[in-house]
Design a protein around this ligand. Structure first.
Ligand code: SAH
Length: 348
């Protein structure tokens, strides 16, 4: 326990640890250490973000995907789902509704659907920025080439989320088909960084074959990349994937890692993810209490929500965006935090 406390203080001071120190941290996790870690994480987030929680309106563009990631429910070869894609008008309607509710960031997420050509993406981004010049646009549409990312940036996209999934090349192979590679994914991240996006990376906690040593590599990768955003959430099996019978990741370990990431990158935009809220009803609130400062409520049209099932039981309440935001605000207020209606940019 004492060594754990010492390492937590060191991480807070120096914002980094050595591989063997992270490994030690992942092994001890006794109640006292966990409590102290969460306290320090809350304290550190307070310096930059007070008790503010930023919200991002998540718009799930399309569940068509050309890729075949072993863990994902919308993988190309899943023949048991009904595919959809939103039109520009539908996307703008989501933004409009979101804007009225107080959202100032829209996240366009989807499978890798090449039907959304560069031209089409540029038109969508331009239209959103034209109608809502005070809002940030975040993309999360997977791997594309440098030129494409550049066009979206020039059209006004502000941020990009692309989890590295695992920083270990071999583990990456165990989670993805042959034709995909960790190097390509990392190159995409480098490109996004170079183009000046606020970029986010991250990984699933408890993905099949993951070990503490591999998690340490992920932490070191993030420490090295210094992203503005980090998305982590527990792995949750999907019944129509090769990982259907694998075990789900741990909520406790996810919270523990969130707190470590908060100390490593004090200014990071760190969401308490939907996956966390899926495994534990109070997961998102617990995420905030472990140092997270972002929530990403769903703004997709009700009729498509059940179709964007990347894992089983994903929260897809039949509630309208307004109603679910109201409840979220109440729950966040109960734990002493407040949802704020701003763009919520990274604080330098
Ligand atoms: N096509 C985009 C968006 C992917 S969905 C892209 O490639 O970036 C966003 C994230 O959901 C993924 O990066 C992955 O980490 C996570 N995810 C996918 N399947 C999951 C599962 N079964 N359990 C938990 N998280 C999952």
């Amino acid at each position: 326990m004492f060594k754990g406390i010492r390492l937590i203080d060191k991480l807070e001071r120096e914002r980094k640890l050595l591989a063997e120190e992270y490994l030690f941290m992942l092994h001890i996790r006794d109640a006292k250490t966990v409590q102290y870690l969460f306290e320090r994480a809350r304290e550190v987030r307070q310096i930059y973000y007070r008790k503010d929680v930023y919200i991002r309106g998540l718009i799930e563009l399309t569940n068509y995907c050309r890729k075949n990631c072993f863990y994902c429910g919308i993988r190309a070869s899943n023949k048991n789902i009904e595919r959809y894609r939103l039109t520009q008008e539908e996307i703008l309607a989501c933004c409009h509704e979101g804007y009225d509710l107080g959202f100032r960031t829209f996240v366009l997420q989807g499978g890798e659907d090449m039907n959304y050509s560069d031209d089409k993406m540029v038109k969508i981004i331009t239209a959103i920025k034209c109608q809502h010049p005070d809002c940030a646009v975040t993309l999360s549409i997977g791997e594309r080439n440098y030129e494409s990312y550049k066009k979206y940036k020039e059209a006004g996209a502000d941020r990009f989320l692309l989890r590295h999934e695992t920083s270990d090349a071999l583990h990456y192979r165990q989670l993805h088909p042959q034709e995909m590679s960790s190097d390509e994914r990392k190159q995409c991240l480098q490109n996004l960084k170079e183009l000046g996006y606020q970029f986010g990376t991250g990984f699933m906690v408890g993905s099949p074959f993951q070990t503490p040593e591999l998690l340490v590599k992920d932490l070191l990768f993030i420490q090295d990349m210094n992203p503005q955003m980090i998305g982590i959430g527990p792995f949750i099996p999907h019944h129509d994937t090769p990982f259907a019978s694998e075990k789900a990741g741990s909520v406790e370990l996810t919270l523990y890692l969130l707190a470590i990431l908060r100390l490593m990158l004090p200014q990071a935009l760190l969401p308490a993810t939907t996956a966390l809220g899926t495994l534990d009803e109070a997961g998102r609130e617990r995420g905030i209490l472990a140092g997270a400062n972002v929530l990403m409520p769903n703004l997709s049209p009700l009729k498509v929500r059940k179709k964007y099932m990347i894992y089983d039981n994903k929260i897809a309440t039949g509630l309208e965006a307004a109603e679910s935001l109201k409840r979220l605000k109440e729950n966040i207020a109960k734990i002493g935090y407040q949802i704020v209606e701003t763009r919520g940019d990274y604080k330098n």
